[in-house]
Design a protein around this ligand. Structure first.
Ligand code: ADP
Length: 376
């Protein structure tokens, strides 16, 4: 069994141990030499070039992804050539374009923030006026880690985005949403096989700093019961309604008036599921491989009551993560450390740590303290 992963980042890298354990051969089409996943049988090539991607795909049984940036025409070229692609282009387009995603979720009747497609500053100002004088504007494509997301009080604050879309025939519009008053952010991960089986992990709480995920607590505190059921139902409805295969991450807002709204979708393993590598019977990376190969899914129960994942953002100013191993391992022997093999750079996700246990405060303390060893 051979799985081809397009994209050589840390998500592809973390699929490697899962593939080795299952005896699955993993091949990676990386964007450049020396990327995070370079230790897999790596090809380097342009994922926007259909010939390059087709040549890569001919050597594997199924193609999947480390990111959602492969263009639709390339994805369709694979499908037309008979290559199994999971998630397929018709699902993936909802994760590639936030306007399409809002349209798709609204069509399915799922709870989303109030939103509109705006093509002119006047339309945006009208939306802002109707929504209490503030709104969140998003570029439909290419945003990540909070880039391409801006809270505004007037359309003038995104004048350059309007200038860009005027030149860009593809997008032609911005997404505007109500500024949601949320108590916290949550994420629901599920995995779905092409033949339909779905497995859901527990709902988790995610903490964002400056638009970047910093911590995840699994399960989300005070989420047992109705909240967990609602979140799982929403994610399952999305997976089925949009025909998603593989891992689907649904980012959610828990509003101050106790509603659950869908913020974002990712159709691949996701930062909010990294805890599962050490905290769940089946990690999101193993589950993704099982799902895209259309094999029965693994259990999603937890080893301990709590798992806390903290990202290592930036890393040490001088040297590498490994330079701090002696201190981290000695001080935090129960914490699991994951190094993405990337050069430290301010704000960059270079690794994560996970602590599991029966006491939440203790797990939070341990994970934060271990992550701090790697940061100046
Ligand atoms: P990306 O995935 O590109 O980083 P998101 O759409 O997830 O962008 O937005 C990044 C962050 O911005 C969210 O995690 C949330 O904290 C905040 N945010 C996004 N949309 C809204 C909204 N409608 N109301 C309030 N905050 C928002």
């Amino acid at each position: 069994m051979r799985v081809g992963v397009i994209g050589g980042g840390q998500l592809a890298r973390m699929m490697i141990p899962a593939a080795i354990e299952l005896g699955v051969e993993l091949r990676v089409l990386a964007e450049a030499e020396g990327m995070s996943a370079a230790i897999a049988a790596e090809r380097v090539g342009d994922y926007t070039d259909a010939e390059t991607v087709l040549a890569f795909a001919r050597e594997v049984d199924v193609v999947t992804f480390d990111h959602e940036h492969v263009p639709q025409d390339v994805l369709h070229a694979l499908v037309d050539a008979g290559v199994p692609v999971h998630p397929g282009p018709d699902a993936l387009r909802y994760a590639q374009d936030k306007l399409l995603m809002r349209e798709g979720l609204s069509r399915l009747g799922l709870p989303v923030p109030e939103w509109a497609r705006v093509e002119t500053p006047a339309e945006l100002d009208a939306f802002i006026a109707d929504h209490g004088g503030a709104a969140v504007v998003k570029t439909p494509r290419g945003g990540y880690d909070g880039k391409g997301v801006r809270v505004v009080h007037t359309a003038a604050e995104v004048a350059e985005w309007f200038a860009t879309i005027a030149e860009d025939g593809r997008a032609g519009a911005l997404l505007v949403e109500e500024l949601v008053e949320f108590r916290r952010e949550l994420a629901q991960l599920v995995a779905r096989r092409p033949s339909g089986e779905i497995a859901a992990w527990p709902l988790v709480e995610t903490v964002q700093v400056g638009g970047v995920c910093s911590e995840v607590i699994a399960p989300a505190p005070r989420s047992a019961g109705k909240l967990a059921d609602v979140a799982a139902d929403v994610a399952i409805a999305i997976a089925e309604g949009l025909g998603v295969t593989g891992v689907l991450a649904v980012e959610l807002f828990e509003t101050t008036d106790d509603r659950v709204l869908v913020n974002e979708l990712a159709m691949r393993p996701h930062n909010s599921g990294h805890w599962s590598m050490d905290g769940s019977t089946t990690s999101q990376f193993e589950q993704h491989l099982r799902a895209v190969l259309d094999l029965p899914l693994g259990g999603t129960g937890c080893h301990e009551e709590w798992a806390v994942m903290v990202n290592v953002l930036g890393g040490p100013v001088e040297g590498t993560l490994a330079d701090r191993y002696a201190e981290a391992f000695a001080g935090h022997p129960t914490v699991k450390i994951h190094n993405y093999g990337k050069a430290p750079r301010p704000g960059r996700k270079v690794g994560h740590v996970t602590a599991i246990g029966s006491d939440l405060d203790d797990a939070v303390y341990e994970a934060r303290a271990a992550a701090a060893v790697f940061q100046d």
